[in-house]
Design a protein around this ligand. Structure first.
Ligand code: ZN
Length: 165
């Protein structure tokens, strides 16, 4: 089942709608740039929830994405596992209010771009420096040497101040 591109939030909340389906990562243009090749689909399972605190988009994203190892350049299957828990807010002010306790997501005109939100969440979860299992293991076995202590350089402004005196 394909995921709806957009959902109507008020209606979805009233019905506690659930959205489950498969998304092809190749269809997500921003995500596609990060991938090493066509990947398996992602399973999306999200739902709208209204509770005593507020309105939420909750669920999970699962799948396997092909990434290129930043160390050995091999292509490997990266297990995608994202738990989504977004507090739906109506304004920037409300977003600021809830920021301490939750991840706010601002809904404009009662419309939520579901697929775009999925893509955002996946992009956030991607590793900055992807590593295949072998390289991950190698890195764990041989911890990186501690960075050499940098020689303390004289502060050029302090030097200038001295000269001006
Ligand atoms: Zn590697």
């Amino acid at each position: 089942m394909a995921l709806p591109q957009y959902i109507k939030v008020s209606q979805g909340l009233a019905r506690s709608e659930q959205y489950a389906g498969e998304v092809d990562p190749q269809q997500l243009l921003r995500l596609r740039l990060e991938l090493a090749g066509p990947s398996q689909g992602m399973q999306v399972s999200l739902g709208l929830v209204r509770d005593a605190i507020g309105n939420w988009l909750r669920g999970e994203l699962r799948g396997s994405l092909d990434l290129q190892c930043s160390r050995c350049e091999a292509v490997f299957a990266w297990p995608l596992k994202v738990d989504v828990d977004l507090r739906l807010v109506r304004s920037e002010a409300e977003a600021k209010q809830v920021l301490q306790d939750a991840d706010p997501y601002q809904v404009d005109d009662d419309r939520l771009p579901l697929v775009e939100v999925v893509e955002d969440e996946v992009l956030l979860a991607l590793p900055m420096l992807p590593r295949c299992q072998a390289c991950e293991q190698a890195a764990a076995d041989a911890p990186e040497p501690a960075p050499a202590v940098k020689a303390k350089k004289p502060n050029p402004f302090a030097q200038l101040k001295k000269e001006l005196k």
